[in-house]
Write a protein that binds this ligand. Sequence first.
Ligand SMILES: N[C@@H](CCC(=O)N[C@@H](CS)C(=O)NCC(=O)O)C(=O)O
Length: 321
Amino acid sequence: MLIDGKWMENWQPVQKADEKGRFIRQVSGFRNWITTDGSDGPTGEGGFKAEAGRYRLYVALICPWASRTLIARKLKGLDEVIPVTVVNPVLNDQGWQFGGYPGAEEDPHFGAKYLHEIYTRADDSYTGRATVPVLWDMKRNVMVSNESADILRMFDTAFEYLVPSDLRLYPDDLADEIDTLNPRIYDMLNNGVYKAGFASSQLAYDEAVDGVFAMLCELEDRLTGEYLFGDRLTETDVRTFVTLIRFDAAYHGLFKTNRAQIADYPRLSAYMARILRLPGVAETVNMDHITRGYYSIKALNPTGIRPTGPDHIGNLLKLAA
Ligand SMILES: N[C@@H](CCC(=O)N[C@@H](CS)C(=O)NCC(=O)O)C(=O)O
């Protein structure tokens, strides 16, 4: 991670833990918003008007948080408007690296070798982890945001005057319900799997795994319609999907969330396949990057050996392609 703008090489993917061994995720440091007219968003400073080709999104395809922004970009038709750069799926001792792996790209803007260089360009005394996603303003050369939940919402509305869309991922009439359900899914499932995987005590692991499977059961019961809020796809579905699609191939083994697989839940499986078939979504799912990335986390898998299964995920992706 970066300390006062200097990279500390003894990087530990385990991040922070509380006194009971529970994993604590870092809070994002850049929280500005792109808006249609450049006015202020809910946090940070103004001056980030939605313009075609002005912003670059840096992502890792292993990362569920980055992937949710990529899916929103696809669903909202923003491919031509917001260029993307994909980093190497393996977090090495310099953090995220550009290039050096099939499907990983060089940094076209600065020619940086590592993502942490982008962070120190944004703030030369930055302290914190150099995480993806990063939304970068190539006109002002500043970081707009490194918080995926905010980026998802910017993509939902800010660019609509350039690229009209009938889809609203955060519709006003569902806002309260979405804001109630999102943090529960985040805590128990999206981040719950990480809390299980990076737990440093049995208690922390047990608590996290209970939460993961309680939420999967709750979602299975809830899914009587196509999506979590009936027939309308919302950001909550996007946020849920990114964890489901990684579950059987990565979390079940590496993070030991192995009481069941998503394949054991009929409605969740059908729901995951339905979202995967939406135009553009399958392009954001790279199982090679996902398994290579997760199974290279040395603290959890010192040999780096990557399991070959499960077969059903590969078959699902082939059907969606
Ligand atoms: N709050 C951030 C979290 C992003 C995050 O934790 N990304 C991970 C990858 S999945 C990362 O870049 N980790 C690198 C590190 O911790 O050094 C968001 O949702 O945008």
